[in-house]
Design a protein around this ligand. Structure first.
Ligand SMILES: Cc1cc2nc3c(=O)[nH]c(=O)nc-3n(C[C@H](O)[C@H](O)[C@H](O)COP(=O)(O)O)c2cc1C
Length: 375
């Protein structure tokens, strides 16, 4: 049986993973008020359906970046690091699920399979997410991504330093992954997870291990998520000049910043608070859209707190062009691997079509503020 809702997958993931690993996936920064705020923001919005509309055919397709090619679904797989710790070969499993669903897949800088390897093994529209640890490393990763066929680069801007994640501090979960006695004991109680990890070997930040990547110090910095904190608008302009493909900026939480990204040449912006894993008392990106018409002349994505297709419809009604799915897919992946990720995307698709039908809105492109209210 496929998942009936996200909690179904989350519970299965919780059973299969050692607690420290589940907490890494599930947890947020500090007191996790932001985590709750993200989902509450969606819960506060309700629908105002139209009636007596012909909904015998539903169009879920969107166009991104003004391209002629429509994407059949308004979903993108969000970049997430360390997928291999959730499921062996997790990046490839997620990429395959995305390919199967015909949605873009974004590989993280902190992936456990190299850019080249995923590109070689999976025929998917792969985007690459860039963390700037040093400018030199960023340039070399961007070039590798381009050579591997990625035409969309997502610059993540909300990790100048790592958030304070209390669950990880309590469990001792760290990158690089070094299982201590507590985790070893926990792992023994989760034999299915352990068997997979033993078969595949402990996951590593694969992109950093490639020959030709800079010094060990740089690798250690990424592992500790110690970024280049001096990266600013000027540095962004430089990146814009050097990257030949589409450039998206992720982690934006203000419309003035979003507009500035576009003025400086961004093709898209992801309104995101990193799933509330960085700054706890940060607003929900949905509230940013609620405040004002975005007025951003580029493709607008949103993530953080999307737990079902109705949430996606709310974000799209308020002005997002597409949404990124983070934990929603990771719970599926952690529970059942590629099949679980596929099931979860399948559930989002079916629920999206049903929600549009019930809303009296036959096309995703017709969604507007008019369909929602704050309840
Ligand atoms: C386990 C995990 C790892 C993540 N790793 C990255 C990453 O490497 N790069 C990045 O830009 N965002 C990363 N994110 C943030 C996601 O891209 C996305 O913004 C977030 O998951 C959205 O929130 P949601 O999971 O509540 O929907 C990660 C999120 C999770 C849950």
């Amino acid at each position: 049986m496929g998942f009936i809702d996200i909690q179904h997958a989350r519970r299965e993931a919780q059973r299969r993973l050692p607690r420290a690993v589940f907490d890494y996936l599930d947890g947020g920064a500090e007191n996790e008020r932001g985590l709750a705020r993200n989902t509450d923001a969606f819960a506060r919005i309700c629908f105002r359906p139209r009636r007596l509309v012909d909904v015998s055919s539903i169009d879920t397709s969107v166009s991104l970046f003004g391209d002629r090619r429509p994407w059949p679904w308004p979903f993108v797989v969000a970049p997430t690091g360390l997928n291999g710790i959730l499921w062996p070969d997790g990046d490839v499993a997620l990429a395959r699920a995305a390919a199967d669903a015909d949605i873009p897949f974004c590989l993280s800088t902190a992936s456990t399979t190299t850019i080249e390897d995923v590109a070689r093994r999976v025929d998917v529209d792969m985007w690459f997410q860039l963390y700037v640890v040093t400018r030199e490393l960023a340039d070399s990763l961007a070039e590798r991504a381009w050579q591997a066929g990625c035409r969309v680069l997502i610059l993540t801007t909300d990790v100048p330093v790592n958030g304070k994640r209390l669950r990880d501090l309590r469990s001792g979960f760290k990158v690089p992954f070094k299982p201590g006695p507590r985790l070893a004991f926990d792992a023994l109680r989760h034999p299915a997870w352990l068997a997979g990890q033993l078969r595949h070997g402990l996951p590593e930040l694969a992109n950093m291990k490639m020959a030709g990547t800079p010094s060990l110090q740089t690798q250690a910095a990424l592992m500790a998520r110690r970024m280049d904190t001096s990266f600013d608008w000027q540095a962004f302009s430089r990146l814009r000049d050097s990257w030949r493909g589409r450039l998206i900026v992720k982690g934006i939480m203000r419309l003035d910043d979003a507009r500035r990204c576009v003025e400086l040449g961004a093709d898209g912006v992801v309104l995101s608070n990193h799933g509330a894993r960085q700054l706890d008392d940060v607003d929900s990106p949905l509230n940013v859209l609620l405040d004002d018409d975005p007025g951003v002349d580029a493709t607008l994505f949103l993530d953080s707190g999307i737990r079902d297709a109705a949430d996606a419809v709310k974000a799209l009604s308020l002005g997002a062009d597409a949404v990124m799915l983070g934990r929603a897919l990771l719970y599926g992946l952690a529970a059942r691997g590629e099949t679980g990720a596929k099931d979860m995307i399948g559930m989002f698709k079916a629920d999206l079509a049903r929600t549009l039908t019930l809303l009296g809105c036959p096309s995703v492109r017709d969604l507007s503020r008019d369909f929602v209210a704050t309840g």
